[in-house]
Design a protein around this ligand. Structure first.
Ligand code: HEM
Length: 488
C-alpha cells in the first residue's frame, strides 16, 4: 500500500494462526502514520497500549457491568423511541440513522458516566455535533490523510478545493475537552476519604469470562497469549461495585491513570475518545444493516416480530402469576429465548461486515507468515470480509439467510466463521456493550414498528461506503407503528 509492504490474512485459519497466541504477539502493534492518533486504545502500541487496555479492562471487570450497560442502553433507547414514533407518524421514508447516531453516542457516554446526559444539556448537544461531524470521515481518503498530517492546512484545503474536509484534530480536541470536563467533575467530587479506593481499582475476576470473550488458545510452548497476560495481571480481588461507581470513575482510579503533579491526561483522554471513535458509527452501521436486511425480507421480519411478541406474552404471564408487576420491556436476559432474532442479527453483522479489514496491525519484529518473510513494519490486515463470506462455510454467502444459524430444532448455533469484533489481544473492547446494544435496539424497534423499504430495490443493490467502517449509503426506511397483530 503506497510504499508500504502489506499482508492480507483472508481465512479464519490464517487469522487465528497469526493473530492469537505466540504468533499474535508479533503483530499486536498498530501502524503509526498520518492517520494514526499515535496513542490511546485504538491506535496505541507497545507498553502504553497494554497499560491503557489493562486499566480499562480492570475498571470494567465488575459484577454489575452487565446491569450498568443495560441501564445505559435502555435509557438512551427510550429517548430515541420518542423520535422514532414521530417519524413513524409521517409515514414518509426516513433516515433512521439520524436518530440512532446520537443514541449510540449517548449509550457510550451513559455507560462511562453511569448516568444519562440531561436531555437538553449543552454536553448532549456538543456530543451530538461531534459525532455528526465524525460520521462521514473517511480515514482512507488521501485528502483526509493529508489534512491529518498537516492540520493547519485543513482550512486552506477546504477553501481551495471547495470540499467539506472534517478537521479530525479539531473534532477530536472538542471531544477531549468535553470528556476533560467530565473528568474534572469526577475528580472534584472524589475527595471523599471514605470512598473505597480498593473497590474502584480491583477487577472482578469472577466476571472476566462474561465480559472478555475467550480468544485464548491453550498455552503450548511456554508462551502466554496476551489475553492471558491481561487476565493474570488483573489479580483476583473481588469487586462487586455495589455502589455502582461509574466506569469512568473506576477508570480514573486505576494506577495507570492516577494524576500526579505535572502529569497530563493524554493517554487517558485519547483512550476515552477512542471509546467514541470505536463505539458509535460501528454500532450504528451494524443496526442499519440488520434493519435494512429485515426490511427487504418481510417474511423474516414477521417471524422475528412474532418471536418477540411470543416471548413478551410469556414473560408477562409469568411475572403476573408470581405477583410481580407485569412488564412489557425487552431485556438482555431474553436473548436466549429469541433464537430467530439472534440469527437475524448475526446474519446482518456477518453480511454487513461493519469493519471489513478490521483495524490494521503491524509487524513489530521481523516475522514469518506461511513461509514468507514479513519484515518489521509490514502492515497486516485481517479480511473479516473474506472470513464472513467464506464459501466453504456458507452456502450462497451473499444471501441473507438467518436460518443458517439455527439447528434442526430451531436453536441458535453460533457460526464458526464469524469475527465482527476482530480476534486476539486487540479484540474490540466494546464487544459486550455492542452485542447488548444491538440486540435490545433491534428487538425493541421490531416490537414497536414494521420496517418497510421505500422502494423495491434488492438488498444487494444497496450502495455502501467501503471504509474502515463499512456503512450503508443514505439508508432510508418507512417506519409503521407495529400493531404486533399476529401475536402468538
Ligand atoms: C458493531 C459494533 C462494533 C464492531 C463491528 C467493532 C469492531 C472492532 C474491530 C474489528 C476492532 C479491531 C480489532 C483488531 O484490531 O484486531 C475493534 C477495536 C476496538 N473497538 Fe470495537 N467494534 C464495535 C463496537 C465497539 C464499541 C461499542 C466500543 C466501545 C464503546 C468499541 C471500542 C473499541 C476499541 C477501544 C477498540 C480498540 C481495541 C484495541 O486495539 O485493543 N467498539 N472494534
Amino acid at each position: 500500500m503506497g510504499n508500504k509492504d502489506m499482508v492480507y490474512l483472508n481465512t479464519l485459519e490464517l487469522v487465528e494462526k497469526y493473530l492469537e497466541g505466540c504468533n499474535g504477539e508479533q503483530f499486536l502493534d498498530r501502524p503509526t502514520g498520518p492517520a494514526a492518533f499515535a496513542e490511546g486504545l485504538i491506535f496505541g502500541s507497545g507498553d502504553k497500549w497494554k497499560n491503557n487496555k489493562k486499566a480499562f479492562l480492570k475498571a470494567m471487570h465488575t459484577q454489575t457491568l452487565l446491569e450498568d450497560m443495560e441501564a445505559a442502553v435502555q435509557i438512551e433507547l427510550n429517548i430515541a423511541l420518542d423520535d422514532l414514533y414521530q417519524k413513524a407518524e409521517t409515514g414518509e421514508p426516513t433516515k433512521i440513522g439520524d436518530t440512532l447516531l446520537p443514541a449510540c453516542a449517548n449509550v457510550v457516554s451513559s455507560f462511562l458516566l453511569g448516568e444519562s446526559l440531561p436531555k437538553a444539556s449543552e454536553d448532549r448537544t456538543i456530543l451530538h455535533g461531534i459525532v455528526k461531524n465524525l460520521e462521514n470521515v473517511d480515514l482512507t481518503s488521501p485528502l483526509v490523510q493529508f489534512s491529518l498530517k498537516h492540520p493547519k492546512l485543513c482550512w486552506y484545503l477546504k477553501k481551495i478545493l471547495w470540499q467539506d474536509i472534517v478537521d479530525i484534530h479539531a473534532t477530536s480536541g472538542r471531544l477531549q475537552r468535553l470528556i476533560g470536563g467530565w473528568i474534572n467533575q469526577i475528580r472534584q467530587k472524589s475527595v471523599d476519604p471514605t470512598e473505597n479506593q480498593a473497590q474502584l481499582i480491583a477487577p472482578d475476576s469472577s466476571s472476566v469470562d462474561n465480559v472478555t470473550p475467550q480468544v485464548s488458545k491453550p498455552v503450548s510452548d511456554g508462551c502466554v497469549t496476551t489475553e492471558e497476560y491481561f487476565q493474570r495481571h488483573l489479580g483476583h480481588e473481588q469487586s462487586m461495585n455495589v455502589n455502582h461507581y461509574s466506569i469512568l470513575r473506576r477508570i480514573l482510579a486505576q494506577p495507570e491513570f492516577r494524576q500526579t503533579e505535572g502529569s497530563k491526561d493524554e493517554e487517558l483522554l485519547q483512550s476515552l475518545v477512542d471509546m467514541f471513535f470505536g463505539g458509535v458509527t460501528t454500532v450504528l452501521s451494524g443496526l442499519e444493516f440488520i434493519l435494512m436486511y429485515l426490511s427487504k425480507n418481510p417474511t423474516m421480519q414477521k417471524l422475528a416480530q412474532q418471536e418477540i411478541a411470543h416471548v413478551l406474552v410469556k414473560e408477562t404471564k409469568n411475572s403476573s402469576s408470581k405477583g410481580n408487576q407485569a412488564q412489557n420491556e425487552i431485556t438482555w436476559s431474553m436473548r436466549e429465548k429469541m433464537p430467530y432474532l439472534r440469527a437475524c442479527i448475526v446474519e446482518g453483522l456477518r453480511l454487513g461486515c461493519v469493519t471489513p479489514s478490521s483495524v490494521p496491525h503491524v509487524a513489530s519484529v521481523d516475522a514469518e507468515i506461511e513461509g514468507y518473510s514479513v519484515p518489521r513494519g509490514t502492515l497486516v490486515f485481517v479480511s473479516l470480509y473474506s472470513v464472513h463470506r467464506d464459501q466453504e462455510e456458507y452456502a450462497e454467502p451473499t444471501e441473507f439467510r438467518p436460518e443458517r444459524h439455527l439447528d434442526s430444532e430451531g436453536n441458535f448455533r453460533p457460526p464458526k466463521n464469524y469475527r465482527p469484533y476482530g480476534i486476539g489481544a486487540r479484540l474490540c473492547l466494546g464487544e459486550a456493550l455492542s452485542e447488548m446494544e444491538i440486540f435490545i435496539f433491534v428487538a425493541v424497534i421490531l416490537k414497536e414498528f414494521t420496517i418497510v423499504p421505500p422502494e423495491s430495490k434488492k438488498a444487494s443493490e444497496m450502495k455502501t461506503h467501503m471504509r474502515i467502517v463499512h456503512r450503508l449509503k443514505d439508508f432510508e426506511c418507512i417506519l409503521s407503528a407495529s400493531g404486533m397483530e399476529d401475536e402468538a
